[in-house]
Design a protein around this ligand. Structure first.
Ligand SMILES: Nc1ncnc2c1ncn2[C@@H]1O[C@H](COP(=O)(O)OP(=O)(O)OP(=O)(O)O)[C@@H](O)[C@H]1O
Length: 531
């Protein structure tokens, strides 16, 4: 991380895992230490490496490394301003571009964490205001909140109420501190006021290592929302929102070192437990590559290995969100409609195909029936011709007009029954001998017994074999499968002809002439071949 000026400090997310930036700052010896002629155990040999120069025994040297390398190492004479510029600014100011970030201070009691974090927080807020001033095209809102974790309870540092706050996990896995005060910053002075309140509220206790030791972990939180003024209030408006945390951890120390007892010891236990948990998390996140957790540097070494993935937080306005949802709804409706119409089209095509097949079938039937009708008409014509040839016209005309009319039954079933059964064999119509009671088909004029009107339709084969069979008259007709309607039509059309035939038949009966009729479509036997 190089130095950045206050204007364009923010880099967009790389989309790749980024390592935690770890820097180490050495504090100068304080008056007490100087008075005791203490010397620092650590020496910065360059901007990245720190060396432990205490006289370790040979066995200790083999256990602990003496040189540590970090992203940046700051000598004891470095200013906080430089530490901020080169060690924290880029990360902290990413908040203005919608990227969350956190700056932690970890170290032994009295090592200078609060001193450094306080400076970094102030520099950051200062630079945020500078950034806002230079980016008039966007509207910014700064919100500030502060809390401390003391003896594992969360407390609001901007409230006089010291009762612990609850931690809630929201669905986006962001931990929310319930009822935490969040002040909207008016200006720089307002921020300074709030910082003063926090400092006054923070749990401070005197330890042998630090007269004003922080006994709690402090988290100062700055949330920045920004929107382009051009789109404010319209559908395109969307905001960036991000938070930067400044975490000043309580001092890590050994109870024996801090010579604490009672309340201080209890605090120390809680502090160490929470720091231990933090250390465990950091070690796990750093994939456990470094098993040493003996001191701050080892902790920092682990932290250095932790990879993060920065993301820009875009917050949509209500209007933009509604608009987007409406577009999504319209898209889904379209999808549904097109997939529905596909189904309908497919069903409709299937139905059409079925109907076409039915129409084709019916057309075929009509064609067959037309053929049969023509054939029947032709045969009737021939029959009439034959009968007419055998009987003088005058005699035919003199027939009793009241003689019971005969109708041709369409059934070939048992005697006197009306059920229908098709007779169709190949290309040949087969007539079968059936008898029926003509009285059933009379027009009501007849009072004769059934025996008088019983007409026998002789089986052709029988007839052919027995030319001298009983002089009964037989009339046969055709019924073709599935042709009821057409049959009716044929019946109607030929009714008059048939009545005429019946009259003729009666005459024939009178003359006691045997006439066996075979009506067939077989061309080998023409209607002329009638015996
Ligand atoms: N870089 C520095 N230059 C000058 N003085 C410093 C520096 N760092 C720390 N100090 C001084 O050292 C003392 C302890 O510092 P500080 O309170 O920040 O330590 P700490 O790590 O926060 O301790 P604790 O964990 O006990 O709160 C303070 O008096 C502070 O002013």
């Amino acid at each position: 991380m190089g130095p950045v000026d206050g204007e364009e400090v923010v880099h967009g997310p790389t989309g790749q895992g980024e390592k935690i930036f770890v820097s180490v700052r050495l504090r100068p010896l304080n008056e007490k230490e100087i008075a005791k002629n203490d010397v620092s155990d650590w020496e910065c040999i360059n901007d990245n490496t720190i060396l432990y120069r205490n006289n370790l025994s040979v066995s200790e040297r083999s256990m602990y490394p003496t040189a540590y390398t970090f992203d940046r190492v700051f000598r004891h004479d470095c200013s906080t301003s430089l530490v901020y510029e080169e060690g924290a600014k880029e990360v902290a100011l990413s908040v203005v571009s919608g990227i969350n970030s956190s700056v932690f201070a970890y170290g032994q009691t009295s090592s200078g964490k609060t001193y450094t974090m306080s400076g970094i927080t102030k520099y950051t807020v200062h630079d945020i205001y500078c950034y806002i001033k230079k980016h008039n095209e966007r509207e910014f809102i700064l919100k500030f909140s502060a809390m401390e974790i003391y003896n594992e309870s969360v407390r609001d540092l901007l409230s006089s109420d010291s009762s612990p706050l609850r931690l809630l996990d929201d669905p986006e896995r962001v931990t929310v501190v319930e009822k935490l005060t969040e002040e909207t910053l008016r200006d720089w002075d307002h921020f300074k006021e709030l910082i003063s309140v926090c400092e006054a509220q923070r749990q401070i206790g005197e330890t042998s290592l630090n007269e004003t030791s922080s006994r709690s972990h402090q988290i100062l939180r700055m949330t920045i929302e920004s929107s382009a003024r051009e789109f404010l209030g319209n559908d395109k408006s969307s905001s960036l929102s991000a938070t930067v945390n400044f975490v000043d951890l309580a001092g890590s120390e050994r109870a024996s070192q801090s010579q604490s007892a009672g309340l201080r010891l209890k605090e120390g236990c809680h502090i160490n437990r929470s720091l231990l948990t933090l250390g465990t998390i950091v070690r796990k996140l750093s994939k456990g590559r470094n098993g040493h957790s003996r001191n701050t540097l080892l902790f920092a070494s682990c932290a250095k290995e932790v990879a993060t993935n920065a993301q820009v937080n875009v917050v949509m306005s209500d209007k933009a969100l509604v608009k987007q949802l409406q577009r999504e709804l319209a898209r889904l409706k379209n999808e549904l409609h097109s997939s529905g119409s596909d189904c309908l089209t497919s069903d409709f095509a299937k139905l059409l195909k079925e109907k076409d097949l039915q129409i084709e079938k019916l057309q075929q039937e009509v064609s067959d029936l037309t053929l049969q009708r023509d054939l029947a008409q032709s045969q009737i014509k021939d029959l009439l011709q034959v009968v007419g040839d055998d009987m003088p016209l005058a005699e035919l005309e003199s027939l009793d007009p009241h003689y019971p009319k005969l109708r041709v039954r369409s059934s070939w079933e048992l005697e006197n029954q009306t059920s229908e059964a098709p007779i169709w064999s190949g290309t040949r119509f087969m007539s079968r001998v059936r008898s029926f009671d003509a009285s059933q088909y009379s027009d009501g004029h007849s009072t004769t017994s059934s025996g008088d009107n019983l007409f026998q339709l002789p089986d052709l084969e029988e007839t052919l074999l027995n030319e001298n069979s009983s002089p009964r008259l037989s009339v046969s007709f055709l019924k073709v499968a599935g042709s009821d309607m057409c049959q009716e039509k044929i019946e109607e059309e030929n009714e008059e002809d048939l009545e005429d035939i019946c009259r003729v038949v009666r005459c024939i009966e009178k003359e006691d002439r045997a006439t066996n009729i075979y009506i067939g479509s077989n061309s080998n036997i023409s209607p002329k071949q009638i015996y």
